[in-house]
Design a protein around this ligand. Sequence first.
Ligand code: PDD
Length: 287
Amino acid sequence: MIPNVDNDSLVYLNGELVRLGDAKVSVLDRGFIFGDGVYDVVPAYGGKPFRMSEHLARLERSMAAISIQCDLQRSDWEHIVLDLIERSGLGDCVVYIQVTRGVAKRDHGFPQGVKPTIFCMVSPFKRPDAAMREQGLSAIGKTDERWLHCDIKSISLLGNVLARQAALEAGVDDVIQFRNGCLTEGSAANVWVVKNGVLLAPPRSKLILEGIRYGLMEELAERCGVPFEARPITEAEVLAADELLLTSATKEVLPITRYNGQPVGDGRPGPVYARLRAAYDTAIAAL
Ligand code: PDD
């Protein structure tokens, strides 16, 4: 019995559908031993995955980046995701996909002739509620202490885990991380700055994960007539922001209304957030 999950829900493990409570992986799995694997998280609304092809393309890029070869084709992944969602009977749900380098004797170098371990599960999606949308989130600034390949969606998430815990221990929702004085991202989300009506984001680089919402926000900004600029953003600019926003598959798009104990702008969700939020909801409704 695993607490706080539906042990009877079906998960995909190495080509089979099994009960979550019965799914077992070897202790020698390199995901367990080394954190040697990648993952992705696909949100779905009313049983329909949102931006699935972008998520699967990123999963393939993550696998390629760490030289994991897997037999599954794009259509196989799509089938697994859609089948799990359908069998779950869930409407709004989140599909977690993880691929590790597989099971082998513990040795740092890549093992030969080992098949990756492939795991997928679906869980209910508790979407951000009205209070979160209307009051916004709180965050503190923190030095980014993670590695230099944050562009890979690696399951080695210790830096992100410690960052989130630092936020929770400070009584806030998340951190805004900085490397060499420039904004990177949150513990599990991209962070955006609005200044004088312009939406700003750090450029795509190895220092951030390019969220699927990164490209989506660019699209939505264009659709809403909000100018967008990707460029390095200093800590001082974050402090002086008119609005701060955060995006991820599970947080969607939310305002950060308190930063380092101070209100952001007037402390309420701003007009650029309101436009992008409405455009995000429209994109979901069009599914
Ligand atoms: N996290 N940056 C980091 C470090 C992330 O972990 C995530 C997503 C994002 C946003 O990516 P996207 O828009 O594709 O969700 C940015 C997922 C949700 C997680 O780890 O659960």
